[in-house]
Design a protein around this ligand. Structure first.
Ligand code: PBG
Length: 323
Protein backbone atom coordinates (compact mmCIF):
# COMPACT_ATOMS: atom_id res chain seq x y z
CA UNK A 1 0.00 0.00 0.00
CA UNK A 2 1.36 3.39 -0.98
CA UNK A 3 -1.18 5.30 1.07
CA UNK A 4 -1.73 4.40 4.70
CA UNK A 5 -3.90 7.17 6.20
CA UNK A 6 -3.37 5.63 9.64
CA UNK A 7 0.24 6.91 9.64
CA UNK A 8 -1.12 10.40 10.23
CA UNK A 9 -3.03 9.15 13.25
CA UNK A 10 -0.25 7.21 14.96
CA UNK A 11 0.53 9.62 17.82
CA UNK A 12 -1.17 12.43 19.66
CA UNK A 13 1.50 14.85 18.39
CA UNK A 14 0.84 13.96 14.75
CA UNK A 15 -2.92 13.93 15.25
CA UNK A 16 -2.67 17.45 16.61
CA UNK A 17 -0.38 18.50 13.76
CA UNK A 18 -2.91 17.48 11.10
CA UNK A 19 -6.03 18.58 12.98
CA UNK A 20 -8.26 20.68 10.69
CA UNK A 21 -10.70 22.14 13.19
CA UNK A 22 -10.08 24.01 16.41
CA UNK A 23 -12.45 25.20 19.09
CA UNK A 24 -11.76 28.07 21.40
CA UNK A 25 -13.59 30.27 23.86
CA UNK A 26 -13.63 33.08 21.31
CA UNK A 27 -15.96 31.04 19.07
CA UNK A 28 -18.57 30.54 21.79
CA UNK A 29 -21.67 32.59 22.58
CA UNK A 30 -23.54 31.80 25.81
CA UNK A 31 -27.36 32.22 25.82
CA UNK A 32 -28.68 33.47 29.18
CA UNK A 33 -32.27 33.58 30.45
CA UNK A 34 -33.53 36.47 32.57
CA UNK A 35 -36.42 36.75 35.02
CA UNK A 36 -37.84 39.53 37.17
CA UNK A 37 -36.97 39.70 40.88
CA UNK A 38 -33.97 39.69 43.18
CA UNK A 39 -31.55 36.87 44.01
CA UNK A 40 -33.45 34.54 41.67
CA UNK A 41 -31.79 31.55 40.02
CA UNK A 42 -34.27 28.92 38.87
CA UNK A 43 -33.21 25.83 36.96
CA UNK A 44 -35.03 24.92 33.73
CA UNK A 45 -36.33 21.39 34.23
CA UNK A 46 -35.64 20.24 30.67
CA UNK A 47 -32.18 21.91 30.62
CA UNK A 48 -30.21 20.66 33.64
CA UNK A 49 -27.48 23.15 34.57
CA UNK A 50 -29.17 26.10 32.82
CA UNK A 51 -30.97 28.75 34.88
CA UNK A 52 -33.14 31.83 34.65
CA UNK A 53 -31.41 34.68 36.47
CA UNK A 54 -32.73 37.87 38.01
CA UNK A 55 -30.61 40.84 36.92
CA UNK A 56 -28.43 40.89 40.07
CA UNK A 57 -27.53 37.23 39.59
CA UNK A 58 -27.20 37.71 35.83
CA UNK A 59 -24.40 40.19 36.52
CA UNK A 60 -22.64 37.65 38.75
CA UNK A 61 -23.01 34.99 36.07
CA UNK A 62 -21.65 37.28 33.34
CA UNK A 63 -18.69 38.16 35.55
CA UNK A 64 -17.85 34.53 36.20
CA UNK A 65 -18.03 33.81 32.45
CA UNK A 66 -15.77 36.75 31.64
CA UNK A 67 -13.23 35.38 34.12
CA UNK A 68 -13.22 32.15 32.11
CA UNK A 69 -12.62 33.99 28.83
CA UNK A 70 -16.24 33.62 27.70
CA UNK A 71 -17.07 37.10 26.46
CA UNK A 72 -20.23 36.91 24.32
CA UNK A 73 -23.76 36.54 25.60
CA UNK A 74 -27.16 36.23 23.99
CA UNK A 75 -29.95 37.37 26.34
CA UNK A 76 -33.55 36.07 26.47
CA UNK A 77 -36.32 37.33 28.78
CA UNK A 78 -38.98 35.34 30.61
CA UNK A 79 -41.88 37.79 30.74
CA UNK A 80 -44.87 37.50 33.08
CA UNK A 81 -48.08 36.59 31.22
CA UNK A 82 -49.77 39.72 32.57
CA UNK A 83 -47.34 41.88 30.54
CA UNK A 84 -47.95 40.13 27.21
CA UNK A 85 -50.20 41.54 24.51
CA UNK A 86 -50.94 41.11 20.79
CA UNK A 87 -48.37 43.73 19.78
CA UNK A 88 -45.52 42.84 22.17
CA UNK A 89 -45.50 46.42 23.47
CA UNK A 90 -43.57 45.37 26.57
CA UNK A 91 -40.60 44.66 24.30
CA UNK A 92 -39.78 48.33 23.77
CA UNK A 93 -41.08 49.88 27.00
CA UNK A 94 -38.50 51.86 28.90
CA UNK A 95 -37.67 50.03 32.17
CA UNK A 96 -38.83 46.65 30.84
CA UNK A 97 -36.93 43.69 32.30
CA UNK A 98 -35.01 43.01 29.09
CA UNK A 99 -33.90 46.59 28.44
CA UNK A 100 -32.79 46.97 32.05
CA UNK A 101 -30.78 43.77 31.76
CA UNK A 102 -28.99 44.91 28.58
CA UNK A 103 -28.15 48.26 30.16
CA UNK A 104 -26.90 46.76 33.43
CA UNK A 105 -24.67 44.22 31.71
CA UNK A 106 -23.12 46.84 29.41
CA UNK A 107 -22.69 49.38 32.23
CA UNK A 108 -20.98 46.86 34.49
CA UNK A 109 -19.03 45.02 31.80
CA UNK A 110 -18.46 47.27 28.79
CA UNK A 111 -15.99 44.73 27.40
CA UNK A 112 -18.67 42.00 27.16
CA UNK A 113 -20.33 41.49 23.77
CA UNK A 114 -24.08 41.63 24.28
CA UNK A 115 -26.26 40.04 21.61
CA UNK A 116 -29.97 40.71 21.84
CA UNK A 117 -32.87 38.69 20.50
CA UNK A 118 -35.38 40.50 18.33
CA UNK A 119 -38.67 38.61 18.02
CA UNK A 120 -42.14 39.09 19.46
CA UNK A 121 -42.72 35.67 20.99
CA UNK A 122 -41.53 36.23 24.59
CA UNK A 123 -43.87 39.26 24.80
CA UNK A 124 -46.74 38.08 22.60
CA UNK A 125 -50.02 36.93 24.14
CA UNK A 126 -50.32 34.69 21.06
CA UNK A 127 -46.85 33.17 21.56
CA UNK A 128 -45.94 33.92 17.95
CA UNK A 129 -43.05 35.83 16.41
CA UNK A 130 -45.37 38.17 14.55
CA UNK A 131 -48.67 40.02 14.90
CA UNK A 132 -51.58 37.60 14.57
CA UNK A 133 -54.76 38.50 12.73
CA UNK A 134 -57.50 35.92 12.09
CA UNK A 135 -55.00 33.14 12.60
CA UNK A 136 -52.47 34.63 10.13
CA UNK A 137 -49.06 36.04 11.00
CA UNK A 138 -48.76 39.52 9.47
CA UNK A 139 -45.37 40.25 7.93
CA UNK A 140 -45.01 43.96 7.16
CA UNK A 141 -46.93 45.14 10.23
CA UNK A 142 -44.60 43.00 12.38
CA UNK A 143 -41.55 44.75 10.93
CA UNK A 144 -42.56 47.97 12.68
CA UNK A 145 -42.58 46.22 16.06
CA UNK A 146 -39.23 44.58 15.33
CA UNK A 147 -37.79 47.96 14.35
CA UNK A 148 -38.89 49.52 17.66
CA UNK A 149 -37.50 46.58 19.58
CA UNK A 150 -34.14 46.66 17.78
CA UNK A 151 -33.83 50.41 18.30
CA UNK A 152 -34.57 50.05 22.03
CA UNK A 153 -31.90 47.34 22.29
CA UNK A 154 -29.37 49.58 20.55
CA UNK A 155 -30.26 52.52 22.80
CA UNK A 156 -29.63 50.35 25.86
CA UNK A 157 -26.22 49.20 24.64
CA UNK A 158 -26.62 46.08 22.48
CA UNK A 159 -23.52 45.26 20.44
CA UNK A 160 -25.24 42.85 18.06
CA UNK A 161 -28.95 42.61 17.25
CA UNK A 162 -30.12 39.10 16.39
CA UNK A 163 -33.54 38.93 14.70
CA UNK A 164 -34.90 35.40 15.25
CA UNK A 165 -38.43 35.98 13.92
CA UNK A 166 -38.10 34.94 10.24
CA UNK A 167 -40.30 37.74 8.86
CA UNK A 168 -39.39 38.68 5.28
CA UNK A 169 -37.42 41.90 4.91
CA UNK A 170 -36.62 42.37 8.58
CA UNK A 171 -32.85 42.64 8.23
CA UNK A 172 -33.14 45.53 5.77
CA UNK A 173 -35.85 47.18 7.84
CA UNK A 174 -33.86 46.93 11.09
CA UNK A 175 -30.67 48.12 9.37
CA UNK A 176 -32.51 51.21 8.14
CA UNK A 177 -34.00 51.99 11.56
CA UNK A 178 -30.60 51.60 13.23
CA UNK A 179 -28.81 53.75 10.65
CA UNK A 180 -31.44 56.50 10.73
CA UNK A 181 -30.88 56.71 14.48
CA UNK A 182 -27.09 56.82 14.18
CA UNK A 183 -26.52 53.26 15.35
CA UNK A 184 -24.45 52.49 12.28
CA UNK A 185 -22.02 50.53 14.47
CA UNK A 186 -24.56 48.10 15.87
CA UNK A 187 -24.26 44.77 14.06
CA UNK A 188 -26.95 42.39 12.84
CA UNK A 189 -26.60 38.65 13.30
CA UNK A 190 -29.50 37.31 11.30
CA UNK A 191 -31.19 34.00 11.98
CA UNK A 192 -31.10 33.42 8.22
CA UNK A 193 -32.01 29.76 8.02
CA UNK A 194 -34.16 29.08 11.04
CA UNK A 195 -36.18 25.89 10.76
CA UNK A 196 -39.58 24.97 12.22
CA UNK A 197 -37.91 22.51 14.57
CA UNK A 198 -38.96 20.16 17.36
CA UNK A 199 -35.70 21.01 19.12
CA UNK A 200 -36.90 24.37 20.54
CA UNK A 201 -39.14 22.67 23.12
CA UNK A 202 -37.00 23.22 26.24
CA UNK A 203 -36.37 26.88 25.28
CA UNK A 204 -40.10 27.50 25.13
CA UNK A 205 -40.36 25.95 28.63
CA UNK A 206 -37.62 28.32 29.78
CA UNK A 207 -39.45 31.40 28.52
CA UNK A 208 -43.01 30.12 28.71
CA UNK A 209 -43.27 31.28 25.10
CA UNK A 210 -44.87 28.39 23.21
CA UNK A 211 -47.41 29.38 20.51
CA UNK A 212 -50.96 29.54 21.91
CA UNK A 213 -52.31 28.04 18.68
CA UNK A 214 -50.93 26.39 15.57
CA UNK A 215 -47.23 26.21 14.76
CA UNK A 216 -44.53 28.41 13.20
CA UNK A 217 -44.46 26.73 9.77
CA UNK A 218 -45.62 29.78 7.80
CA UNK A 219 -42.49 31.67 8.80
CA UNK A 220 -39.83 29.22 9.99
CA UNK A 221 -38.35 26.97 7.31
CA UNK A 222 -39.35 23.45 6.34
CA UNK A 223 -36.74 20.98 7.71
CA UNK A 224 -36.82 19.26 4.31
CA UNK A 225 -35.27 22.23 2.47
CA UNK A 226 -31.65 23.13 1.83
CA UNK A 227 -31.66 25.25 -1.35
CA UNK A 228 -34.23 27.59 0.16
CA UNK A 229 -31.69 28.41 2.90
CA UNK A 230 -29.53 30.03 0.22
CA UNK A 231 -32.40 32.33 -0.79
CA UNK A 232 -32.71 33.43 2.85
CA UNK A 233 -28.94 33.84 3.20
CA UNK A 234 -28.60 35.89 0.00
CA UNK A 235 -31.46 38.18 1.01
CA UNK A 236 -30.02 38.78 4.48
CA UNK A 237 -26.60 39.51 3.04
CA UNK A 238 -28.07 41.94 0.52
CA UNK A 239 -30.10 43.59 3.28
CA UNK A 240 -27.00 44.27 5.36
CA UNK A 241 -26.52 41.35 7.75
CA UNK A 242 -23.07 41.07 9.38
CA UNK A 243 -23.46 37.40 10.32
CA UNK A 244 -25.65 34.65 8.88
CA UNK A 245 -26.97 32.09 11.34
CA UNK A 246 -28.27 28.56 10.92
CA UNK A 247 -30.55 27.10 13.57
CA UNK A 248 -30.72 24.42 14.88
CA UNK A 249 -27.18 23.17 14.30
CA UNK A 250 -26.96 19.40 14.48
CA UNK A 251 -29.71 18.30 12.11
CA UNK A 252 -28.63 21.11 9.77
CA UNK A 253 -24.85 20.71 9.41
CA UNK A 254 -25.34 20.46 5.62
CA UNK A 255 -27.08 23.84 5.68
CA UNK A 256 -24.19 25.41 7.63
CA UNK A 257 -21.80 24.01 5.04
CA UNK A 258 -23.73 25.17 1.98
CA UNK A 259 -24.22 28.68 3.38
CA UNK A 260 -20.54 28.86 4.36
CA UNK A 261 -19.56 27.88 0.80
CA UNK A 262 -21.74 30.64 -0.63
CA UNK A 263 -20.91 33.66 1.50
CA UNK A 264 -17.92 35.65 2.65
CA UNK A 265 -19.72 36.65 5.84
CA UNK A 266 -19.04 34.80 9.09
CA UNK A 267 -21.55 32.02 9.69
CA UNK A 268 -22.99 31.32 13.13
CA UNK A 269 -24.90 28.25 14.28
CA UNK A 270 -27.28 27.81 17.20
CA UNK A 271 -26.81 24.55 19.10
CA UNK A 272 -30.36 24.74 20.47
CA UNK A 273 -32.08 23.79 23.70
CA UNK A 274 -33.34 20.39 22.51
CA UNK A 275 -29.85 19.43 21.36
CA UNK A 276 -28.53 20.34 24.81
CA UNK A 277 -31.36 18.46 26.54
CA UNK A 278 -30.69 15.25 24.58
CA UNK A 279 -27.06 15.13 25.63
CA UNK A 280 -27.82 15.92 29.28
CA UNK A 281 -30.53 13.25 29.42
CA UNK A 282 -28.23 10.61 27.95
CA UNK A 283 -25.40 11.62 30.29
CA UNK A 284 -27.70 11.48 33.32
CA UNK A 285 -28.61 7.94 32.30
CA UNK A 286 -24.95 7.02 32.00
CA UNK A 287 -25.36 6.41 28.28
CA UNK A 288 -22.85 8.94 26.94
CA UNK A 289 -19.50 10.30 28.09
CA UNK A 290 -20.28 13.97 28.68
CA UNK A 291 -16.95 15.53 27.81
CA UNK A 292 -16.47 13.48 24.65
CA UNK A 293 -20.02 13.96 23.42
CA UNK A 294 -20.03 17.72 23.95
CA UNK A 295 -16.63 18.39 22.40
CA UNK A 296 -17.52 16.18 19.42
CA UNK A 297 -20.77 18.07 18.88
CA UNK A 298 -19.13 21.50 19.07
CA UNK A 299 -16.24 20.41 16.83
CA UNK A 300 -18.68 19.08 14.23
CA UNK A 301 -20.48 22.42 14.11
CA UNK A 302 -17.17 24.23 13.59
CA UNK A 303 -16.08 21.67 10.97
CA UNK A 304 -19.30 22.24 9.03
CA UNK A 305 -18.32 25.90 8.70
CA UNK A 306 -19.64 27.84 11.68
CA UNK A 307 -17.32 30.53 12.99
CA UNK A 308 -19.44 31.27 16.05
CA UNK A 309 -21.52 28.78 18.03
CA UNK A 310 -24.38 29.76 20.30
CA UNK A 311 -24.44 26.97 22.85
CA UNK A 312 -25.67 26.24 26.37
CA UNK A 313 -22.48 24.19 26.80
CA UNK A 314 -20.30 27.32 26.48
CA UNK A 315 -19.60 27.79 30.17
CA UNK A 316 -19.20 24.16 31.20
CA UNK A 317 -16.59 23.44 28.52
CA UNK A 318 -14.49 26.28 29.95
CA UNK A 319 -15.11 25.51 33.63
CA UNK A 320 -14.05 21.91 32.98
CA UNK A 321 -11.18 22.92 30.65
CA UNK A 322 -12.48 20.61 27.93
CA UNK A 323 -11.14 22.61 24.97
C1 PBG B 1 -37.81 32.75 19.37
C2 PBG B 1 -36.60 31.93 19.58
C3 PBG B 1 -36.62 30.54 19.74
C4 PBG B 1 -35.31 30.17 20.02
C5 PBG B 1 -34.51 31.32 19.99
N1 PBG B 1 -35.34 32.40 19.71
C6 PBG B 1 -37.75 29.58 19.76
C7 PBG B 1 -38.74 29.59 18.69
O1 PBG B 1 -38.51 30.07 17.57
O2 PBG B 1 -39.83 29.10 18.95
C8 PBG B 1 -34.90 28.76 20.31
C9 PBG B 1 -33.60 28.56 20.98
C10 PBG B 1 -33.40 27.21 21.56
O3 PBG B 1 -34.20 26.28 21.38
O4 PBG B 1 -32.37 27.04 22.23
N2 PBG B 1 -37.82 33.74 18.44
Amino acid sequence: MLQRPRRNRKSEVIRQMVRETHLSASNLIFPLFIIEGKRQKTEIASMPGIYRYSIDNLLREVESCLNLGLNSFDLFPNIDDSLKDKYATESYKEESLYLRAIKEVKQNFPEACVITDVAMDPYSSDGHDGIVENGHILNDETLEVLGKMALAHAQHGADIIAPSDMMDGRVGYIREVLDENNFTNVSIMSYSAKYASAFYGPFRDALNSAPKFGDKKTYQMDPANQTEALIEAELDEAEGADFLMVKPALSYLDVIKVIKDNTNLPVAAYNVSGEYAMIKAAVQNGWLNEQKAITEVLTSIRRAGATAILTYHAKEVLVNKWL
